[in-house]
Design a protein around this ligand. Structure first.
Ligand code: 5GP
Ligand code: MN
Length: 317
């Protein structure tokens, strides 16, 4: 029996299922949870997605009524972690995972710690949502327009709109099939990339104002503090995309972005061609993908910047 068959067996056994994703959820984390939630509903399961905060840009996606700030029970029959590399990244809601009778991990991070009883991790997929699409096809579960919209949101977010290296022929084939069930790709595209609120604009402006070019213009660095967020009345997720501003400048190989979060400093790294930023984040206890990775660290912005920069310099050589 394949892992997918075993996962289905666990799903069939369970009545109450909780879906969880990584802290500071992005479009892939949210889209994957919503698509899985709607698919499980169609299998007549009681499903809750525990996700205390998520960016407003995603609030119109199908299935958001399944999202709860807290779970309605302490012990679910089954917990499924989606788009999440380690149990620690489940953050404040780790207990829903650990206390569940059965635990499943579905993901696409090469640094996944395989922390479930069953782990279905496909490193080659550019988004967790793409892993789910393959799964639903294998199970012969119908992918409706709503489910497809959530999956496409995940794929568009994590591939940067079909531009990053994990984007494959399969990704475009899935996009074509989702188009044929009525998924509005241009609308999702606009939602993910072109909708900018006043506060996210102001936050980006601050970050760009203090952006530094280092190492012969091969590295950019910038940061955002809680104080900055207060100043512009920032909402959840307003910092999304800032790290790409540096990465998109011609000649830049690595973009470093630090932003203050409740439990420390979140470092986001992006690279263009040859630096494996996932390896750098792993050194500090984080992880991610070769060209997009992150880690939470403790300390002052300046000190963290120096620590990261030292490793980036080494990798540039
Ligand atoms: P971001 O910079 O957008 O927060 O994250 C980029 C990628 O790195 C995402 O795939 C994310 O899941 C992963 N990532 C971010 N922070 C961490 C972390 O602290 N630990 C691990 N293992 N992965 C992380
Ligand atoms: Mn993802």
């Amino acid at each position: 029996m394949s892992t997918l068959d075993n996962v289905l067996k666990e799903i069939n056994k369970a009545d109450n299922i909780v879906l969880l994703a990584h802290e500071n959820p992005d479009g892939d984390a949210i889209g994957s949870c919503l698509a899985m939630g709607l698919a499980l509903k169609k299998q007549n399961k009681n499903v809750e997605i525990v996700m205390p905060k998520y960016p407003r840009a995603f609030s119109n996606l199908p299935g958001t009524e399944l999202i709860k700030k807290e779970g309605s029970t302490k012990k679910y029959d089954l917990a499924i972690a989606l788009d999440c590399a380690t149990v620690k990244l489940l953050n404040g809601w780790t207990n829903y995972f650990e206390d569940a009778k059965s635990k499943i991990v579905i993901d696409h991070h090469s640094t996944n710690a395989m922390f479930g009883d069953l782990n279905y991790v496909d490193y080659s997929a550019p988004a967790c949502a793409q892993v789910l699409y393959t799964m639903f096809m294998y199970y012969k579960w119908e992918v409706t327009q709503d489910i497809g919209t959530d999956l496409m949101t995940g794929i568009i977010t994590d591939t940067g709109g079909f531009q990053y290296s994990g984007t494959s022929k399969e990704t475009f084939e899935i996009a074509a099939r989702l188009l044929s069930v009525g998924v509005n790709i241009p609308k999702i595209y606009k939602q993910v990339f072109s909708t900018c609120t006043r506060s996210s604009y102001e936050l980006k402006k601050l970050a760009l104002d203090r952006l530094e070019f280092l190492e012969d213009n091969k590295v950019t660095f910038t940061y955002i503090t809680k104080k900055d967020e207060e100043k512009v009345n920032a909402e959840t997720g307003d910092y999304e995309g800032i790290v790409n501003e540096g990465k998109n400048i011609e000649g830049v190989e690595v973009s470093i972005f630090i932003h203050e979060i409740d439990n420390g400093m979140k470092v986001s790294l992006r690279s263009n061609d040859y630096v494996n930023v996932s390896n750098i984040c792993l050194m500090f206890g984080g992880g991610g993908h070769p060209k997009a990775a992150g880690v939470t660290m403790q300390g002052k912005v300046e000190d963290i910047k120096e620590m990261i920069l030292r490793e980036v310099k080494r990798a540039l050589k």
